[in-house]
Structures are given as C-alpha cells and as structure tokens.
Design a protein. Structure first.
Length: 273
C-alpha cells in the first residue's frame, strides 16, 4: 500500500510539473517574442530606437497621464460605491448578499457595444455634452470593473469578524463613521489593495469603450502607433504587462508575508471612543 501511495504521489507530482511548465511556456513565449520584436532592429540587433520614437511622440505623455487619471478616479468611485454598500449588506441585510453577487456579474454579460449605445441614447437626450468629456469613461469603467472589485472587497469583509468589531466599537461609544474609518477600513487594507490593482490594470488596458466613445487613452495610443510603428507598440505593451505583473507580485508577496508574521489589525477600541 505504501509503495502504491508513493507511486501515486510521484505521478501527481509529475503531472503538476508538466502543467506548470506548460503554463509557463504559454505565458513566456509571447512575452519573449514581443521583446525580441520590440527591442530589435533588422541588421542592428538590440535597439531602443523604436521606444525612443514612441516616447518622443507628442501624444504619449498626455494619453498616459489621462489613462492614469481615469484609473485613479475609477478606483475612488468604485470604493465610494461598493464599500459602504457591502458593509451595510454584511451587517444589516446578509440575505441580500447572494442577489448582490449575482447582479455584480452583469457587466460580464452585457457587451461593451450595447452598454455604450444604450448610454448614448439616454445621455443624448438628458445631458448632451456628457459623453464628449473624457471623464465620461469613469462610470463605464466602474461598471466594467464591478465584478472583480466586488469580489475582492466581499472576500475581505468575509475574512474579518465585522459584526463583532462593530459591536465592540459601539459598546465603547464610537459612532458609525468613526468605526468605519478607524476599525473597518484598516482591516480591509489587503482587500483594498487587491481591488485597486485589479481596477487599475483593467482601466489601463481597456480599449473598446474608449474607442466607441471616441476618446484618446493609452491603449488607443498603442493601437495608433502600432499601425506605422509596430515595434514601438510591441515594446510599450511588453513594458506595461511586465510592470503590472511586478506590482501585482510585490503586493501579493507583501500581503502573504504580513499575514504570516502578524495578526489581523485590531486597534485599541478605547481610542475610538
């Protein structure tokens, strides 16, 4: 029996290694190909000239800044909408959580074209100038990132004893607002980081909505320069992907190390009174 068990364990280990190697190749080969194409020139080898041309383009800096601004505004708007809503649902209406979770996946079902066309018909009558502003993308981005942000925040709230923390804080004389900012938000820090990063990466790579609404963002800029400078577009895309992956890895590693070496945040509730 022990020999059979060792053989079974060895077979599972080999299968896991094969799966990991295959997945690594599927991720690595396109990145290596993009790096080879974006950072080389025929008969010259490695070169940063395509990247210098792209960065020197008059539209590069404004559109990168515009995309970063839209990402930050989307994060703020998503948090302002979802955090109070989820806290209220977990404390006062837990029976509605399954319904809220089901509604949160609707953006995965509704195509971007249908969303933009419906909003265009509505706003063209009520607020004609709204869609002409680049900041009109923020509500659409909030809807687009809703499923991921919702699940990250919901997982964070489920990981803490929210009802006990709020009851203890109230028993010591702390009001709801003080409890929210002093007790709840610090305990949600890992979930907030995860939700913010997911929202940031989705906005930074979103192309369809910006194109349909005729706005210029960083993904639109990449597509435009890719038409006549494909090597520069490949290099910038690679830098964006690798940079996002490094930030995600750093935040994930930091969260895991903090979880192993420290207890969940539990401030002295007397200071909140």
């Amino acid at each position: 029996m022990s020999g059979t068990s060792r053989v079974g364990t060895g077979s599972r280990s080999i299968v896991q290694e094969i799966v990991l190697v295959t997945a690594g190749l599927l991720f690595a080969v396109p990145l290596v190909a993009s790096a080879s194409f974006g950072f080389t020139l025929p008969e010259q080898g490695f070169s940063l000239e395509p990247m210098r041309d792209a960065v020197a383009d008059s539209g590069f800096a404004p559109q990168v800044l515009q995309s970063l601004t839209l990402a930050l505004l989307t994060i703020v708007a998503s948090f302002a909408l979802l955090i109070p809503t989820l806290v209220w649902l977990h404390l006062r209406a837990r029976r509605w959580l399954p319904l809220a979770e089901a509604l949160s996946v609707i953006p995965f079902v509704v195509p971007a074209v249908a969303l933009v066309n419906g909003a265009n018909l509505a706003f063209r009558v009520t607020v004609p100038g709204f869609l002409t502003s680049v900041y009109s993308l923020v509500p659409f981005y909030v809807i687009l990132t809703l499923p991921l942000v919702y699940r990250a925040l919901d997982a964070g709230l489920r990981a803490i004893d929210l009802r006990t923390l709020c009851t203890a804080s109230a028993s010591l004389g702390s009001g709801p607002v003080r409890t929210f900012f002093s007790i709840i938000l610090p305990n949600l820090r890992p979930a907030l980081l995860t939700a913010a990063l997911l929202s940031f990466t989705m906005v930074l790579g979103e192309y369809v909505l910006a194109t349909l609404l005729l706005h210029s963002t960083f993904p639109v800029f990449l597509v435009q320069i890719g038409q006549d400078r494909p090597r520069a577009a490949a290099g910038l895309s690679l830098i964006t992907i690798v940079g996002t992956w490094l930030v995600l890895s750093a935040l994930t590693g930091r969260g895991l190390s903090r979880r192993r070496t420290s207890l969940p945040y539990s401030p002295d509730l007397r200071t909140a009174s």
